[in-house]
Ligand binder design. Structure first.
Ligand code: ME8
Length: 518
């Protein structure tokens, strides 16, 4: 059994509806998953929901529902959202599932018996809104706490803590020896800086059930539930365990998997996350895994945050982008294209409606759409839709785009890969202008030259479908259908020049990205 290329997104808090940031992270992960499949790897792509915690408990109460009913209703919306984005996820985790809870408890039991979890009294400040303990270090210069913490109360409470103190040094060394563990580099440097300049305080991993009962009970003390991160992060291994992954089940026994469907998944190849949760993934998660006796993930890939019109996305101020509304108006691939082309994985991005429309018009409608439509329409008009003999005038351009795209996809450089693919789109559009097939068609002496030009254009359209498939899957399939080709353009090796045989008959051209001139 081969180990699969295992890639995950963060699991989203179930309170509220999905927004642009959630959509972006999922699309990025989907493109990486699709591109690895196209490159011939077996992939397992996991996404899902983080359903426990005080906020969910309170939101459910406010709506007069049980937390489980509340989660079930929202989970249906989030699963529909994953479909809307045409994600190719292989599973969808919900942290309220038995298969997840079992592994959270097994992990906690293991770390507890290894002496890494202990109980102590905490006395200090507590933010109910953020469900978090605060110290004097969290105070602003004027002595108050940031308003985002809401009401801060004094609290004295016994809780369970996970020992982190002794773990700092090996993690620093690990990060130094494994530069690709956290990417991009500047995020890795931030983590290293944090570890070198701070002493890690032990992590509180529980809440008393009397105060918060919407959580997974600690296996060694039923009066407590697991606090969010020891629950949420474990989804990355609980789902492999539920698929019989031997690395995880060898350490954390699972009774809930079907042995004949066993997959080999752990360690994850990539955890895709946003910049706000780097510390949890790059510091706490490796320490938790080591304490459980499991290998670390290969990479934590950190993306930036989207703003809209230069300001924070926020429901309360109404500064939002509703991905579903954008998709309904412009199509899924236009949405996927804009977020991937506009923002590299790493820096923060800024959504503007004008920027979106401008990329749609210039790059999709006038660039790609126009190329495919005029190339296929000319083949139809001048040659009855029948592909002429092979000719290689654009072969080197296509090979360059394919080679660059392959290399860039392997490095998760999605934005650069799109730039390279658009290099080919631009070159082919130029080629139409330079060779002017509409003029050649008027001169019978030029018939052979027209055949050459039409072959080059039609074959370039086919290569583009293959290169675009991970990014714009629907468009790629449409291009294939218009070319009269069966199946999906989902094997990168099909991008080699010359795939279209002479005398093949194409289908019917139709605009891919209708112009919207309003
Ligand atoms: O943090 N732009 O859930 P979450 C880009 N449940 N990405 C954004 C964003 C924005 N404006 N806003 C949020 C959680 N995100 C935890 C994770 S993982 C074991 C548990 C990203 O719903 C954010 O950075 O608040 C995170 O990666 C993801 O959306 C889910 O955020």
């Amino acid at each position: 059994m081969n180990k699969r290329f295992y890639i995950t997104t963060a699991i989203d808090y179930v309170n509220g509806q999905p927004h642009l940031g959630h959509a972006y992270e999922k699309v990025v992960t989907d493109v990486i998953a699709r591109s690895r499949r196209s490159l011939g790897e077996e992939v397992f792509f996991l996404t899902g929901l983080d359903e426990h915690g005080q906020k969910v408990q309170q939101a459910a109460q406010a709506e007069g529902k049980s937390p489980q009913v509340y989660c079930d209703q929202l989970a249906a919306d989030w699963q529909a959202f994953a479909k809307k984005l045409e994600l190719t996820n292989d599973d969808f985790v919900r942290t309220t599932q038995a298969r997840h809870k079992e592994i959270v408890q097994a992990g906690l039991a293991k770390v507890f018996s290894a002496g890494q979890i202990y109980k102590r009294t905490y006395e200090g400040f507590y933010s109910t809104r953020e469900e978090t303990f605060l110290t004097d270090k969290d105070r602003l210069p004027d002595g108050t706490f940031d308003p985002s913490y809401g009401e801060v109360i004094k609290l004295k409470e016994e809780n369970y803590f996970f020992k982190l103190g002794e773990q700092q040094q090996w993690l620093i060394e690990y990060l130094e020896k494994n530069p690709s563990f956290v990417q991009p580099d500047y995020r890795r440097n931030e983590v290293l800086g944090f570890l070198k300049n701070n002493t890690l305080e032990d992590l509180c991993i529980s809440r008393p059930a009397a105060r918060l009962n919407w959580g997974i009970p600690l296996p060694f003390d039923k009066d407590y539930v697991t606090y969010v991160w020891f629950d949420a992060l474990v989804n990355y291994i609980s789902i492999p365990a539920s698929h019989g992954d031997a690395t995880v089940t060898g350490v954390l026994h699972s009774t809930l998997h079907t042995p004949h469907s066993a997959l080999s998944l752990w360690p994850a190849n990539i955890h895709v996350i946003g910049k706000d949760i780097v510390k949890f993934h790059a510091v706490y998660w490796p320490i938790m895994l080591k304490a459980m006796g499991l290998p670390l993930p290969k990479q934590i890939l950190v993306h930036g945050w989207w703003q809209k019109d230069g300001a924070k996305i926020s429901k309360s101020t109404g500064n939002i982008v509703d991905p579903v509304a954008v998709i309904d108006e412009w199509g899924l691939d236009a949405f996927r294209f804009y977020v991937l082309r506009e923002l590299d994985i790493g820096p923060d991005g800024n959504w503007t409606d004008a920027g979106f429309k401008s990329r749609y018009q210039a790059e999709l409608a006038n660039g790609l759409g126009n190329l495919i439509n005029r190339s296929l329409s000319m083949l139809k008009r001048y040659r009855g839709g029948v592909v002429p003999a092979r000719h290689d005038e654009l072969a080197a351009n296509a090979a360059k785009a394919a080679d660059e795209t392959r290399a860039l996809l392997k490095q998760n450089q999605l934005q650069s890969a799109l730039q390279s693919i658009w290099g080919l789109v631009t070159r082919a559009n130029q080629y139409v202008d330079q060779t002017a097939p509409f003029k050649l068609a008027k001169d019978p002496v030029q018939a052979e030259r027209l055949d050459e030009v039409l072959y080059n254009l039609t074959e370039t359209c086919r290569v583009l479908a293959v290169l675009l498939q991970p990014f714009l899957p629907g468009t790629a399939v449409k291009i294939y259908a218009q070319l009269g080709l069966a199946g999906a353009p989902d094997k990168f090796s099909d991008a080699s020049w010359g795939g279209l045989p002479a005398r093949h008959k194409i289908g019917d051209p139709a605009p891919l990205f209708p112009r919207k001139d309003a």
